[in-house]
Design a protein around this ligand. Structure first.
Ligand code: GLP
Length: 260
């Protein structure tokens, strides 16, 4: 796992946007996993600006969603497909039919989950999966207790996550109780996993994920097993890390031939 500590949230966003742009440039048919939440928004804005400046194209890419609420109508503004379109996909040249997500509107939800895992494999696997981290250490919607090898499936949100996400809805009661999320095993199949976290509120879950024990109680700790995981932080989110000085030194001294 590589931990990159940047001064401010904007710097973290720049690092993540550059990783995506540098993937897509030599690999125009890349499969990119997109996350919702506020954490990746800065990176999306920078990528949109790069696209408008003619420096990056997503025309041949396939984008895949990490998770989706169950029970919202497909056109609900907070359905994650709508969020990703509004915040990113509609502003770049990604063809709408190259944006994929789990079909939470299918009659047979369990079959739809299995289909989504098959789809990711049929696309050739995910080249780069972006992630945020929840205050309880969740990634995607894999809440504490999630099997570290889980596949795409239905999960029940914790009270804490529903409270965190209430800001996107008129009331906490409107936050769906159920979701479909890529499993921790599914996420782990991505060739490169990039987690971005900024702000002091993320310092505790980040420290547990990066330096705590590998444990289902902190689902993001599963990234410790991944052969290519990058955690991009601002100083505030890095506030709980014991080895912060080492991470800074390693990043500052990185040889120029070695990308992220
Ligand atoms: C949500 C999403 C996650 C996201 C997390 C943190 O519940 N399902 O993908 O990483 O919460 O959100 P934020 O980035 O807004 O803090």
């Amino acid at each position: 796992m590589e931990v990159v500590i940047t001064p401010m949230a904007e710097d973290a966003a720049r690092v993540v946007a550059d990783v995506v742009a540098q993937l897509v440039d030599p690999r125009p048919h890349a499969v990119v996993g997109l996350a919702t939440g506020t954490s990746p928004l800065g990176a999306y804005r920078l990528l949109i600006a790069e696209h408008r400046a003619g420096r990056v194209s997503f025309a041949g890419c396939r984008a895949v969603l990490l998770d989706e609420y169950v029970g919202l109508p497909p056109d609900h503004p907070e359905a994650y497909r709508s969020v990703i379109r509004r915040e990113f996909a509609d502003h770049v040249d990604l063809p709408p039919d190259q944006l994929y997500g789990p079909d939470v509107w299918a009659d047979d939800l369990l079959a739809a989950c299995a289909r989504y895992d098959r789809l990711l494999a049929d696309l050739g696997g995910v080249d780069l999966q972006l992630l945020g981290i929840g205050s309880d250490g969740h990634v995607g919607f894999n809440e504490p207790g999630s099997s570290l090898r889980s596949r795409t499936r239905v999960k029940t949100l914790t009270k804490a996550t529903r409270r965190d996400n209430a800001r996107f809805f008129a009331s906490a009661e409107e936050v769906p109780r159920h979701v479909v999320t890529q499993g921790l095993g599914t996420i782990g199949d991505a060739r490169h996993v990039v987690l971005i976290a900024t702000g002091a509120a993320k310092a505790e879950p980040v420290a547990r994920a990066v330096e705590g024990p590998l444990a289902a109680v902190c689902p993001a700790s599963v990234l410790q097993l991944h052969p290519h995981a990058t955690v991009v932080l601002d100083e505030a989110a890095a506030g709980g890390l014991q080895l912060a000085d080492y991470y800074r030194e390693a990043y500052a001294g990185k040889p120029s031939w070695q990308g992220l």
